[in-house]
Design a protein around this ligand. Structure first.
Ligand code: GLN
Length: 494
């Protein structure tokens, strides 16, 4: 059951083979058993969770269930959830109880889904290993010595260890896709503006986007049906008609369901810096796509090597502005002792933020300051436009872009913790997508051996054109019909 698809769980609930309370209890028991070691969840509230499960059972009995009614999900702790502690992985918000629901949370509630708890994450979503969390690191379920990726590391581990049916995450530069690659599951970062950011704690507002983290593309499609949609409370929410993201999945049958699909391989994504074993797995997945009927096209994204430097100017700039609200006055941590107002600001922020967050605030404030604004911030905005144009050109030649999600498999905890630049390079293939606002996905494509002989998951990245999520999900689903990488789970957690 823990390995079942959302569709199967939904059918089991509808046919009363299982109740939502029983299903929820199954996951709560697994959480009790494994979370002390994995540290995926940082807030649990069994009473609230089971009350939702009971309400879902009543709704199912009344005959007005929806696709996700009664199914238990994990929610990244970046989403405000009324009455739940909402910390964003920071000491700054360690005691903050959200007074309202984020749009994403209320969408799941309205669908009758069950909230299992809030998941661990890098502090304010800054990181690629979950090691910057105030609440400690998260173990990669495939190898407890390794990181799950970040920043959505808790959701990632919860999905991979089957401590939930599926989870939510957010992706500013790769935080859904990179952990999906390192933990071996399917994650989708939608087109910017498709999922409302209302109530989602801001990191870099022009890049942040929420999305599903699940076992399969089909599961992601069902979650997208709930998550996507216009919300007037987010000024960047796009007012578009609702879509059914599952609409094409059933057509992905037959010998060559992807006949005519043009897959672009950017030469820059297969160059220096890509681990050879990861490259092999990615190439094998592309060969599989050829068998499914896809035509492979060589493309170039000439400015892609600029995406990391551009991101590390723009994201910190936006973060420095967004995080100025944590001043000890309105909410969040306030220093116990201080001399005057300025001292209170300084001590509260010095105590409340961790090292990585402080580094970004410093960089962001610097690039926005008079005299440097033109040289850094403005320049980065100009190059951001060029990076987006690369994709516009590429999509004249292909329908979907494929390549590795991350340059390596999961690395050891501590390995990159003291080397910010090495950590930043984890997102070398994912960041450009955010800068352009495009949808990106990572799907399990196989395993590569680690130095100590363990098999570690490898993700294949798919990047689509704006609003092409439904097609990307089809393309991923076609692959998942002929492979079973997405169904694998760590032996020790079965
Ligand atoms: N790893 C990147 C960073 O540290 C991206 C994080 C994210 O997508 N939230 O900023």
């Amino acid at each position: 059951m823990i390995n079942s698809s959302l569709k199967t769980l939904s059918q089991m609930l509808a046919s009363k083979q299982i109740s939502s309370v029983e299903l929820t209890q199954t996951f709560l028991t697994r959480i009790q058993q494994h979370n002390p070691a994995i540290n995926a969840y940082i807030a649990l509230d069994t009473d609230k969770t089971l009350a939702q499960a009971r309400a879902a059972d009543a709704r199912i009995a009344a005959g007005n269930a929806e696709a996700l009614t009664g199914i238990p999900f994990a929610q990244k702790d970046i989403f405000c959830a009324k009455g739940w502690k909402t910390t964003c992985g920071s000491k700054m918000l360690a005691n903050f109880v959200a007074p309202y629901d984020a749009h994403v949370i209320s969408q799941f509630d309205a669908a009758g889904a069950v909230n299992l708890g809030k998941t661990n994450m890098d502090e304010f979503a800054m990181g690629s290993s979950n090691e910057t969390s105030y609440f400690g690191g998260v173990k990669n379920p495939w190898d407890f010595d390794r990181v799950p990726g970040g920043s959505s590391g808790g959701s990632a581990a919860a999905v991979a260890a089957r401590l939930c049916a599926a989870a939510t995450g957010t992706d500013t530069g790769g935080s859904i896709r990179q952990p999906a690659s390192l933990c071996g599951f399917t994650g989708l970062k939608p087109t910017y503006g498709l999922v409302s950011r209302y109530g989602m704690i801001a990191f870099a507002s022009s890049l942040d986007q929420a999305g599903p983290m699940a076992k399969s593309a089909e599961d992601c499609a069902l979650m997208m049906n709930v998550m996507a949609g216009f919300d007037e409370r987010d000024s960047t929410s796009l007012n578009r008609p609702k879509e059914d993201y599952t609409r094409g999945l059933a057509n992905m049958v037959g010998a060559q369901p992807l006949e005519g699909l043009r897959v672009g391989l950017p030469k820059e994504y297969f160059a220096d810096g890509l681990d050879a074993d990861v490259a092999k797995v990615v190439q094998a997945a592309i060969a599989e796509y050829r068998k499914l009927g896809a035509e492979i096209v060589d493309i170039s994204l000439p400015n892609s090597q600029l995406s990391i430097p551009v991101y590390y100017v723009l994201a910190p700039a936006e973060a420095s502005s967004n995080l100025s609200r944590y001043d000890g006055v309105r909410y969040g941590h306030r220093a116990a002792e201080y001399d005057d107002l300025l001292d209170m600001y300084m001590k509260s922020r010095a105590e409340g933020f961790g090292a990585e967050v402080k580094r970004r605030i410093l960089i962001g404030t610097y690039v926005l300051s008079a005299g440097y604004y033109d040289a850094y911030y403005l320049k980065a905005q100009q190059i951001r436009r060029l990076i987006a144009q690369d994709f516009t050109e590429a999509f004249k030649q292909c329908d979907v872009i494929m390549g590795p999600t991350a340059p390596s498999t999961a690395f050891k905890a501590g390995e990159k913790a003291d080397d910010p630049v090495a950590m930043y390079l984890q997102d070398v293939y994912t960041i450009a997508t955010n800068l352009a606002g495009l949808p990106g996905m990572s799907i399990p494509a196989g395993f590569a051996p680690s130095t100590d002989g363990k098999a570690l998951p490898v993700g294949l990245q798919l990047v689509g054109n704006y609003f092409d999520e439904a097609r990307m999900l089809d393309v991923a689903h076609a692959y998942q019909q002929v492979t079973d990488w997405h169904l694998q789970m760590p032996e020790s957690l079965k």
